[in-house]
Design a protein around this ligand. Structure first.
Ligand code: GLU
Length: 306
């Protein structure tokens, strides 16, 4: 029997709204600091396309690193297992924008979800696509079945002006031969990728292929093979939350991905995807309320992969 997700979501939402909202909106990308820090939205979409939401779930926000999952899916489908010659699949145990491991690892990023890994994915996109920005947007729009998904040029420009660490990583990886294009072009694409704006509702729908063995449930289109989906979910579980991935897995028990815009998506394989957005981040860069919500949600539903 299916649980009453709407009731569970609404109750946890109401409970958390009444509690302290700790953390801080990031200011290292100035344009992101302008957001109302009390925004809070949740949406769950199941494989039958039933949708359950609360709060600001129809408002767009900067999905930031969540977009790394789209980029990885797009590139993995095209490059197959060759991709893993250029990026590893190990948790980093370091901050998302850390440079320290790159030297010891000869310019091979630990995984595709830290910034260095996503920069390599952007480099691959520049190699295999005529127009990577358009092709990425089309890929995401097909998943959401809506045309209303765009880059936020202001956020992209704001990040480009402050991308000293990302530029450092990109140039450093270039010195090892793991970046083929001009670092400036890679950073430009990376900053656009991070600037994509979507709602919780769009996010929970667009990632259903990861809950459905690679198939988009309404169109039945195979986005990725089931074996690739298994691998992406495995990397999400072990690497999706920066150096708090173990904690997320421990508290929530679902594969997922966060972004510094305050969004989190989590996948319950064979069942649904749930997206949460609350801009204040904890010290590790994950949404404070988002983590709390999902911990409570899987506790109350008893639904996790374990
Ligand atoms: N655009 C952000 C950065 O490169 C993404 C970080 C994130 O969401 O994890 O710093």
């Amino acid at each position: 029997m299916k649980l009453d997700y709407q009731n569970i979501i609404s109750k946890i939402y109401a409970d958390l709204i009444g509690k302290e909202n700790l953390g801080k909106v990031p200011d290292y990308i100035p344009e992101l600091a302008c957001i109302d820090e009390n925004k809070f939205g949740v949406n769950l979409t199941d494989l039958e396309h039933n949708s359950f939401g609360a709060g600001d779930f129809k408002q767009k926000f900067s999905i930031q690193s969540i977009s790394k999952v789209f980029a990885l899916s797009f590139v993995y489908e095209k490059l197959e297992e060759k991709l893993w010659e250029r990026v590893d699949v190990e948790p980093s145990g370091n901050a998302f924008n850390s440079l320290v491991q790159l030297e010891a690892d000869n310019g091979i990023p630990r995984n595709p979800f830290i910034n260095a890994g996503a920069l390599v994915i952007c480099d691959v996109l520049l190699e295999i696509c005529e127009n990577p920005k358009d092709e990425l947007l089309t890929f995401i729009r097909n998943l959401t079945e809506e045309d209303d998904v765009f880059f936020n040029e202001k956020v992209a420009a704001s990040e480009m002006q402050n991308s000293f660490r990302n530029a450092g990583m990109c140039n450093y990886m270039k010195s090892f031969g793991n970046i083929k294009n001009k670092p400036e072009a890679v950073i430009e694409l990376y900053c656009h990728l991070c600037s994509i704006e979507m709602t919780c509702k769009q996010l929970s729908k667009s990632f259903l292929y990861l809950a459905n063995e690679g198939k988009e449930p309404s169109t039945k289109k195979q986005i990725l093979s089931s074996s690739k989906v298994k691998r992406i979910n495995a990397i999400l579980l072990t690497c999706g939350f920066y150096d708090e991935s173990g904690e997320f897995s421990f508290l929530v028990g679902l594969p997922g991905k966060s972004g510094v815009g305050g969004g989190i998506i989590a996948i319950y394989p064979q069942h649904y995807c749930i997206a949460v957005w609350s801009p204040k981040l904890n010290l590790k860069g994950n949404s404070y309320r988002g983590m709390k919500f999902l911990e409570e949600f899987t506790t109350q539903t008893g639904e996790s992969i374990f």
